[in-house]
Design a protein around this ligand. Structure first.
Ligand code: NAD
Length: 508
């Protein structure tokens, strides 16, 4: 087995520095935490972190700005987002390069993540002219009942490493047009990308005449996140990350009657039915399982295959896994880049050991790729066939590990899909319309995203994104997800000139 040659960290540091310079970022150097590249697993820069005092100051400034920003007409608020979208277009390559450098996404996926930022900015600009309420029929004569949506306040965003820029932009662009101001605590594994996004938004504010205080960045880990979660002036905490993080954040925000929007872990499944077009299903399954090295919340983790299809599908799948080029994410031929750190490598090894103890059979992959950098974590994506029930399958292992299960009836397949605590994304591959309709119906998949003839990952910004059960119930992006960033008031106007009580109550 040959050793994978990786670029020198020194060269990667120079690349990062050049991207940050082009964007205009001044790196706050210090030794509170380290920006690292998973390409070699080594440090790029030491950074100064934000403590309680910085959080207090950021939230106070965001609140102060909110008091005027909320009264700025929404289409004018859209101007800053329009300019931001233009700046992201200008720096598309720089942002994508930083994403590859800091979280290890291959070029095409990093470029796609930046495209998603542009898409949501376009969406939010349009939304800035469509924040509407309802007029509802009143039961009283000559009364008018209206529902209005108003800005909420300061939105605290906590984001995960694996979509370091897109998730922030889903929240921020929508929150800003809704009239909120933002304080962002990004993943401690993606601070450089956050500095770049913050700088571009600051420039957009400057160039479009919006106040600088609409957005604030905090650099740090869990403790910094907690200062944001506990701050009573943060009206909404939008937190994206693991289920344990949501379990800690949700009750803390609820204890002070704040609002939270939780986007947590998934354990996504695809069902391959006897009528499935395998030419379509195989590449879709492959991308969903190993895209972003299995580190997407929507990554495919469980493949539920009809017993009649297993013999044909599984050998083709394992052969495709065997051929996957694992390596330097800057290399154009690479399809699977590094894991974010050695931690998921260990978690994946443990999961494989546990599932094989439970009767599972490792069909391919799972071995670490030898590299010229000791700290890097590259792994060959694995497929494990498991027929018996194993508790490991119900957990989200955030790495390229796909379990293959078999089924006989559609009811059984749907029950298997739903038999996990998470509820983010599910797919079915079928040419049978009845099966597809059942899968999307109330007795079908219990997830927030339900797809037919496409994989579990790769959502568009126009739809509401999020999931049920332990995934947290939050929705971000399109459709009516903007409601989460606003408060609703119901108003009744009496123009009858007489007293008229609801429910016909007489009180004279
Ligand atoms: P993580 O939970 O380790 O960290 C996420 C963020 O939460 C980080 O910024 C971290 O500093 C912060 N944090 C952690 N504990 C906290 C606490 N107690 N209080 C306040 N902040 C806290 O997750 P990760 O490893 O960065 O990302 C991977 C996880 O995120 C996976 O489980 C993945 O499925 C999930 N994810 C979900 C979605 C979604 O939309 N549903 C999107 C992306 C990632």
């Amino acid at each position: 087995m040959t050793t994978l040659a990786l670029p020198a960290t020194e060269d990667l540091r120079a690349r990062a520095r050049a991207c940050l310079d082009r964007i205009g970022v001044v790196v706050p150097e210090g030794d509170d935490l380290y920006a690292r590249t998973p390409i070699t697993g080594e440090d790029l820069f030491g950074l100064k972190g934000s403590g309680t005092a910085e959080t207090e100051a950021a939230v106070a400034a965001a609140h102060e700005t909110f008091l005027t920003w909320r009264s700025t007409p929404a289409p004018r608020r859209g101007d800053v987002v329009r300019r931001f979208g233009d700046l992201v277009r200008e720096h598309h390559d720089d942002l994508a390069e930083l994403i590859t450098l800091e979280v290890g996404k291959i070029g095409a996926e990093a470029y796609g993540e930046v495209q998603e930022m542009i898409d949501i900015a376009d969406y939010a600009v349009g939304l800035s002219r469509q924040l509407y309420g309802r007029v509802i029929a009143s039961e009283r004569a000559e009364h008018r009942m209206v529902e209005s949506w108003h800005p909420l306040g300061v939105v605290g965003i906590i984001s995960a490493f694996n979509f370091p820029a897109a998730v922030w932009s889903w929240n921020t662009t929508v929150a800003l047009v809704c009239g909120d101001t933002v304080v962002w605590k990004p993943s401690e594994q993606a601070s450089l990308i956050a500095l770049a996004c913050d700088r571009l938004l600051a420039r957009a504010a400057e160039e479009s005449g919006a106040p600088a205080g609409i957005h604030h960045l905090l650099i740090g880990g869990r403790e910094t996140g907690e200062t944001l979660v506990d701050n009573p002036r943060v009206a909404l905490v939008s937190a994206t990350g693991s289920v344990p993080m949501g379990r800690a954040v949700g009750p803390r925000v609820a204890a002070r009657f704040g609002r939270s929007l939780l986007e947590l872990g998934g354990n996504n499944a695809a069902i391959i039915t006897p009528s499935a077009d395998l030419e379509l299903a195989l590449p879709a399954v492959l991308f969903a399982a190993v895209g972003t090295a299995g580190q997407r919340c929507t990554s495919l983790r469980r493949l539920i295959v009809h017993r009649d299809v297993v013999a044909e599908l599984v050998p083709r799948l394992t052969a495709a896994f065997e051929r996957l080029p694992v390596g330097d994410p800057f290399d154009k031929d690479t399809l699977v880049g590094p894991l974010i750190s050695r931690v998921p490598l260990e978690t994946m090894r443990e999961a494989i050991a546990r599932v094989t103890d439970d009767g599972g059979k490792l069909l391919v992959g799972g071995d670490r790729v030898e590299t010229t950098a000791d700290s890097a974590a590259y792994v060959r994506p694995a497929v494990v066939r498991i027929d018996a029930h194993s508790p490991v399958v119900r957990e989200e292992t955030f790495a390229p590990l796909l379990y293959v299960l078999t089924y006989d009836t559609l009811d059984e397949a749907i029950a298997l899909q739903n038999d996990v605590p998470q509820g983010l994304s599910a797919s079915i591959f079928t040419q049978d319309q009845q099966e597809a309709e059942i899968f999307m119906s109330a007795v079908g998949a219990d997830t927030g995203l339900v797809n037919v003839n496409l994989g579990t990952s790769g959502a568009e910004v126009g739809g509401a994104f999020g999931g049920e059960k332990e995934t947290g119930g939050g929705r971000a992006c399109g459709s009516d997800a903007w409601h989460a960033y606003m408060r609703r008031s119901t108003s009744v106007v009496n123009y009858s000139g007489e007293v008229a009580l609801a429910q016909n109550i007489s009180f004279s």
